[in-house]
Design a binder for this molecule. Structure first.
Ligand code: FE
Length: 314
């Protein structure tokens, strides 16, 4: 049985000097030789059908028994339904502490309200980066938009020294995401990190995350530079995509090997990919439902604070 994450549960070679003599080199660093280490698919994994909130049907990708987490990522849910009865009940009031949630909408809308009076509407093509920090109690309620709801929720862990930081929201309408056309009708939309010169609006997060959606309209390869040691994954949500030399089918997570470059090429177009990478924290993870801390004592404190109505207070 899966544990609900949103429902509160009690339980140079050097050139010669002569050759460089005419060159202006003062103050310039010698470029380091950059070797390319391609990332490849280490393993693939299908999501697990489950429900959460008030019975919303979803597919849990990270955070399921076969993949409890993927440091620094705690959870990835794929939300997809063309039947409003499967999602309109939404995710009523529930708490979070100790991490960040990223909601990425491809189609449909989610209305967000929290215990501190913040509210917003996440619309198709947009995203919300919410640093829960010390805690919030919030609701996330899907709204119908031509019947279709399609998106993701990704949980990104916070390091021990930032788990109790103040709450912080970055509401990102579609116009705020860095985007560029890809091939014949495709697009890359960057939420966080810099991809081929496109800098996403979310900066300065402790895990230095990269997060982007790719819409691939043809088999023209698209390459992304990634920090060598970042954990990286790609979730194919439409079509099929060759990542390195491995063809990854629809609705499949691909966990990537270390390396500094990853190459995507649609095999069945149009194809859609969620790409994420982040610096692993390598800290103890103690998770109970909607709380993600480092120790059991901190989890018990979160439950106690929630019961006392002070989860979101300093
Ligand atoms: Fe939530």
């Amino acid at each position: 049985m899966s544990v609900s994450r949103r429902v509160f549960l009690a339980s140079g070679g050097a050139a010669s000097i002569g050759a460089l003599a005419a060159c202006r080199t003062e103050g310039m660093a010698t470029p380091a030789a950059v070797s390319v280490t391609p990332r490849r698919v280490l393993t693939t994994l299908a999501g697990m059908a489950t429900s959460d909130g008030a019975g919303v049907k979803l597919t849990r990708v990270i955070g399921q028994p076969a993949l409890k987490n993927l440091d620094p990522f705690i959870l990835l849910d794929r939300l997809f339904s063309d039947d409003p009865s499967g999602y309109v009940a939404g995710f009523p009031d529930h708490p979070h502490r100790g991490f960040e949630t990223v909601s990425i909408m491809l189609d449909g809308k989610i209305r967000h309200k929290d215990s501190r009076g913040n509210q917003g509407l996440i619309t198709g093509g947009g995203a919300q980066w919410m640093t829960a920090g010390r805690g919030i109690v919030h609701s996330e309620m899907p709204e119908q938009d031509k019947g279709l709801l399609s998106g993701f929720q990704l949980w990104v862990n916070l390091p021990a020294n930032e788990k109790m930081c103040p709450q912080f929201y970055q509401d990102l309408g579609p116009e705020k995401l860095a985007h560029a056309a890809l091939g014949s009708g495709g697009a890359v939309r960057v939420i966080s990190g810099t991809i081929n010169g496109l800098a996403g609006p979310v900066r300065m997060r402790p895990t230095d995350p990269m997060l982007a959606t790719l819409a691939l309209a043809d088999d023209k390869p698209f390459e992304i530079e990634v920090p060598e040691g970042h954990t990286a994954f790609a979730f194919v949500h439409a079509g099929s995509v060759a990542i390195g030399d491995t063809v990854v089918p629809d609705n499949t997570l691909a966990i990537l090997s270390p390396g500094n470059r990853v190459r995507f090429s649609a095999r069945t177009a149009p194809a859609g990919v969620l790409f994420a990478a982040g610096r692993p924290l390598r800290e103890p993870i103690v998770q109970r439902g909607p709380f993600v801390m480092n120790t059991e004592a901190e989890i018990q404190k979160a439950f106690a604070d929630y019961r006392a109505g002070i989860l979101d207070k300093a």
